[in-house]
Design a protein around this ligand. Structure first.
Ligand code: BES
Ligand code: MN
Ligand code: ZN
Length: 493
């Protein structure tokens, strides 16, 4: 797919999306242009016959000379439009446009919204960025295994007669963010049968070659030599051996900051001997969403030639049942020497992440961030549209929360308090890997905090948000690519 910023006269799309706010009559240059082509019919239909009022996600379709299709999309009252609602409106408009476009190209007008609070207003440049990410999400489809493939959108145009450098720059971030999201969504959608640790590792190797990144890929014996026994234990029930991936992007000049980004990489989570019930296991190919995300993000960061050093780390394995699987009651020694009593083999993510966090401590980085489909408890707490954010540095958490909001994504902080320690008390080891049902998300995060020395460690629990059984307002069911936009914006900030 291509993402282009264009002037009105260079627009090639046969389907054009314009926005209107409720109770507002301000018309954009693009609207005036289309109105002229329609002999003022467009204006009449909207403002005289009032065929659309402009309430949120209300749409009105109008064809000009049977070739141009105009989709007017309502954004509701101006003061009520958040970036998130705007993203939803873009995505659903894109989905409608997909069904009407004949030349596989759709155009959006670039708008701006000026309000007092920076969170609720956005510039034309920020609009262009949102257009490219949300429209891409809107038209995304995984059709590899569909026999009768529908025609797909190939080009998304963002239209304004004054394409400034600022617009160009933010639009480029939007375009690469949506490439990263598409990459992650495709990888998560693919069968776990194909997406094994070895497969992801060789994909990472190809990414490294294409983007000239440093690549370190460790196999089982090297993982053993590192002393990553918690990670190794999770992997041992599978015929597919574990892989540990470490990619590094370095800017041409001295990096402004150095960040390690860890993605949970369980390519299938059957639960281990504490096997999951069938309904819970159904979507567990999504348990490598964290890895898919960070592998997408490093490609975007490299394309954008960001001035930061970025380390991407994936501890990849399957969590399976078999005669060689790790067992309840096993005591494991993680890479930092801390011991863990296995209370539940289905709490495997934190075991693999523990060793990945220890590994990140060997790198000289300013911040460590992990993104993981870690706990079912986060779904109980926050549902499917809010990501849990935790960490040990409130400044970093606050900054991330702000950037996520500006990126149109929902996050909510959960506490990590010393109180939680008792949940994981073990009689024979330093800690157990699970406590009771209570405070599951925070307890998992407290567990992880034992394995990082970083003073700026941020943890994103995307178990509820990475993969949807039911479509939400922006994304259809399936993988979402959640937090990719926010993380890219965070890394660039
Ligand atoms: N991968 C799951 C968490 C998950 C649940 C992801 C639902 C996506 C959707 C994780 O490995 C897991 O099984 N967690 C257990 C932990 C429990 C045994 C303490 C859970 O949440 O049930
Ligand atoms: Mn599990
Ligand atoms: Zn898992």
């Amino acid at each position: 797919m291509r993402f282009l910023t264009k002037k009105i006269n260079d627009m090639k799309s046969d389907t054009i999306i314009c926005f209107i706010f409720e109770n507002e009559t301000k018309k954009s240059d693009l609207f005036e242009h289309l109105n002229k082509l329609s002999n003022n019919e467009l204006e009449k239909q909207i403002y005289e016959y009032k065929l659309i009022k402009g309430s949120f996600q209300e749409t009105f379709k109008y064809a000009i000379n049977n070739e141009l299709k105009v989709i007017i999309t309502g954004l509701g009252k101006k003061e009520n439009l958040t970036r998130q609602k705007f993203s939803q409106a873009i995505a659903s408009a894109a989905r409608i446009a997909k069904t009407t476009s004949k030349n596989q190209s759709i155009a959006f007008e670039i708008i701006e919204k000026n309000e007092n609070c920076s969170c609720d207003s956005f510039s034309k440049a920020e609009c262009a960025q949102m257009l490219f990410t949300s429209a891409r999400i809107g038209v995304y489809e995984f059709n590899k295994y569909i026999s009768n493939k529908k025609s797909q959108i190939e080009i998304i145009e963002a239209i304004d007669d004054n394409i400034t450098q600022d617009i160009e720059q933010k639009a480029t971030i939007g375009a690469y963010s949506s490439f990263a999201m598409k990459f992650a969504k495709d990888l998560i959608n693919e069968s776990a049968q194909i997406v094994t640790p070895k497969y992801v590792a060789s994909l990472a190797n190809n990414i490294a070659k294409e983007h000239k990144l440093e690549a370190k890929i460790f196999s089982k014996n090297e993982i053993k030599e590192f002393g990553m026994n918690a990670f190794l234990a999770v992997s041992q029930g599978s015929v597919n051996e574990p892989k540990f991936v470490h990619l590094t992007y370095k800017p041409k000049t001295t990096p402004r900051k150095k960040i390690a980004l860890i993605g949970k990489g369980i390519t299938f989570d059957a639960g281990g001997l504490n096997i999951k019930p069938a309904t819970s296991m159904l979507t567990m190919k999504c348990d490598m969403s964290g890895s898919a995300s960070v592998l997408g993000i490093i490609q975007a960061i490299s394309k954008l030639q960001a001035d930061i050093e970025l380390h991407v780390i994936c501890a990849l394995c399957e969590n399976m049942t078999s005669g060689s699987a790790y067992k309840q009651g096993d005591v494991l020694t993680a890479m930092n020497g801390k011991t863990i009593e296995v209370d539940n083999t289905d709490a495997e993510g934190r075991l693999t992440l523990a060793d990945a966090l220890c590994y990140a401590d060997m790198l000289d980085v300013d911040e460590v961030i992990d993104i993981a489909t870690l706990t079912g408890a986060v779904i109980v707490a926050l549902g499917h549209n809010i990501t849990g954010v935790m960490g040990n540095n409130q400044k970093q958490i606050d900054k991330f929360k702000q950037i996520a909001a500006l990126s149109g994504e929902n996050v909510w902080q959960m506490p990590i308090l010393e109180e939680l320690k008792d949940n994981l008390k073990s009689e024979i080891a330093d800690m157990k890997n699970t406590g009771g049902r209570n405070a599951g998300t925070s307890t998992a995060a407290w567990f992880l905090s034992n394995f990082t020395k970083s003073k700026s460690w941020l943890h994103l629990d995307i178990a509820g948000t990475a993969y949807l059984d039911k479509s939400n307002k922006e994304t259809l069911s399936g993988p979402t690519g959640v937090m990719i936009r926010s993380l890219i914006n965070y890394l660039l900030s």
